[in-house]
Write a protein that binds this ligand. Sequence first.
Ligand code: NAD
Length: 269
Amino acid sequence: MKGLAGKNALITGASSGIGQAIAIRLATEGCNIAINYCKSAEDAEGTEEIAMQKACGQVEGCGVKSLLIQGDVSQEEDIREMMNAVVEQFGGLDILINNAGIQKECASHEIPTQDFDNVLSVNLRGAFLCARETIKYFLSQNRPGIIVNVSSVHEKIPRPLYLSYSISKGGMENLTKTLALEYAEHGIRVNAIAPGATSTPINEAWTDDPQKKAVVESHIPMGRAGTAEEMAAAVAFLASEEAAYITGQTLFIDGGLTLYADFRGAWSA
Ligand code: NAD
């Protein structure tokens, strides 16, 4: 995709699922990739191995670089160290992908305060802190830059039993729009993707169970869950120059989940 080759990208939570697919896709587009992981160095190494293999098959001269960076996005100090490492090793940063996310199921009236705080501090505060440090860097270098947030259909659809998750993604919509507006004049574009139900480890409660999976898919107009690769393709587009005039938008990639599937029939007529 236009304008990605040679760019330096940092992807948070890139050792699995959608983050892993984004790292692989950006590497095959010729980006140097910084793979952030929180816990499993082994999984992050797996991402790196696949990304480099695929990049070498696609990119002329195979000049793509990669970097593994441990860091917890809920910790301010970790984020600063992560940013410094990317700038030092790659000589700069062009693209931030705020992908790291967690969820916890609990009836809203029983959510322990600590659990509520944890989800918000990874999904929303973490995305804010990474964006803040990245924008500070872009401005200090007087250079344009790109941020893509991985939000969710739950930035729009309320999700009972997952209150903290819904709030974090609702907040992400406004994080995306406000930063986009505030920094548009500096050539900094901020967009988001909103995945629908996607087969990744965060959903192992239903992805590994054919019956539960069928129930999930029965609610999706297109009749199937999405893949991490489909999410990564949209991120690559938003990060590329093909999307040069797009900012402040959330792209829903959900097989029609946000189209009010119940209105397929004329029950209200
Ligand atoms: P996943 O569990 O595979 O990915 C989440 C990643 O975030 C993991 O690699 C995890 O290690 C990392 N992470 C968690 N806490 C972290 C922290 N404190 N610091 C750094 N990294 C941390 O699941 P996924 O589906 O790939 O999720 C990726 C993103 O996609 C999340 O933001 C999630 O909310 C969003 N999303 C997923 C779906 C879906 O159906 N899978 C739908 C909508 C949105």
